[in-house]
Design a protein around this ligand. Structure first.
Ligand code: TYD
Length: 341
């Protein structure tokens, strides 16, 4: 099985590459990534040059390039996306371009090379497309039947991409499957997201900026659990279906922050209360029953506090990686490899 993975140099994508090469000896991966700020070749330096891994530097909006790549593969796992809510509040345009137009471009390219719809396309998305849940109704959860109600420019662009993906299944009979995951954590996450930002700030002696009242809740999923679920959908999922992936592990930001502080041996004084994010979603939480009953998947690596401990330890042990990322040093590396953009 030869997978075309988009966005494989990012956080979830690079973990996916490593997972597939380790766990699926018969599989190979071609990673198409345009290496914007968060895509980082260093995330995959350990697998580069291996016989089952190929890197292609390019953009999912380049229809000629993606058409050529799709001819050579058996299936597509689409992870490339702009994903940071705060950036989408500052400038939504790259989100619409990469997430909506990028997905449409990939699907059009697949139609060109695969008119008989033999190749599967897994569209990796987010639970944020469902909007948010109230804090005072803990029994309410997102599932595959929850209506779409995105609230940030980011989640709206992902919702748009999900709709395009659904439409291409409905209209053309393409073998499209959609996954909607909760908040991921683990190694190689860009330190703009809350866990790596807070851990690396503390190592640098800086405070951690907690938005608003800190009561917002996220359902934390270990990236390896997420990628295991994506593979289950690729291998056993039904075309046209949607699958929610969650860690079954809800934590408020305040609780998360306290756990990180404790693990790092730091006190409450390191919390800096800052102005809330505009339109900040209150709570995300997933009911992943469908994945369990239909595909036999359940999270096994997301249990707290062990999962958080492992992630925190990775950033403590891999200071060189995140220092390069925070200083932008890796950009210089890939500019010498691939030219500046
Ligand atoms: P984030 O990692 O940006 O993921 P998402 O917005 O997709 O859930 O943020 C996770 C939570 O942490 C979210 O409720 C916002 C909060 N947060 C802070 O309190 N401070 C920060 O500096 C960041 C980046 C996030």
């Amino acid at each position: 099985m030869h997978i075309l993975l988009t966005g494989g140099s990012g956080f979830i994508g690079s973990n996916f590459v490593r997972y597939v090469l380790r766990d699926r000896p018969g599989y190979s991966v071609t990673n198409l990534d345009c290496l914007t700020y968060s895509g980082n070749p260093e995330n995959l330096s350990d697998v580069e040059g291996g016989p089952r891994y190929t890197f292609v530097h390019g953009n999912i909006l380049d229809i000629e390039l993606v058409t050529e790549l799709m001819q050579k593969v058996d299936c597509v796992v689409h992870m490339a996306a702009e994903s940071h809510v705060d950036r989408s509040i500052i400038d939504a345009r790259p989100f619409v371009e990469s997430n909506v137009l990028g997905t449409q471009t990939l699907l059009d390219a697949l139609r060109r090379v695969d008119p008989d719809n033999t190749k599967k396309f897994v569209h990796v998305s987010t639970d944020e497309v469902f909007g948010d849940l109230p804090l005072d109704k803990p029994d309410e959860l997102f599932s595959e039947t929850t209506p779409y109600a995105p609230s940030s420019p980011y989640s709206s662009s992902k919702a748009g991409s999900d709709m395009i993906a659904r439409a291409y299944h409905h209209t053309f009979g393409m073998q499209v499957m959609i996954t909607n995951c909760s908040n991921n954590h683990g190694p190689y996450q860009f330190p703009e997201k809350v866990i790596p930002l807070f851990v690396t700030n503390l190592i640098e002696g800086k405070k951690v900026p907690l938005y608003g009242d800190g009561q917002n809740v996220r359902d934390w999923l270990h990236v390896e659990d997420h990628n295991e679920a994506v593979l289950a959908v690729l291998e056993k999922g039904t075309a046209g279906e949607q699958y929610c992936i969650g860690g079954n592990n809800e934590r408020s930001n305040l609780e998360l922050t306290h756990s990180i502080l404790e693990l790092m041996g730091k006190g409450e004084d390191m919390i800096e209360r800052v102005t809330d994010r505009l339109g900040h979603d209150r709570r995300y939480a997933i009911d992943a029953t469908k994945l369990k009953t239909e595909l036999g998947w359940a999270p096994s690596r997301s249990a707290w506090p062990q999962a958080l401990e492992a992630t925190v330890k990775w950033y403590v042990d891999n200071e060189a990686w995140w220092k390069n990322v925070k200083s932008g040093a890796y950009r210089k590396y890939y500019e010498t490899q691939y030219g500046s953009r």
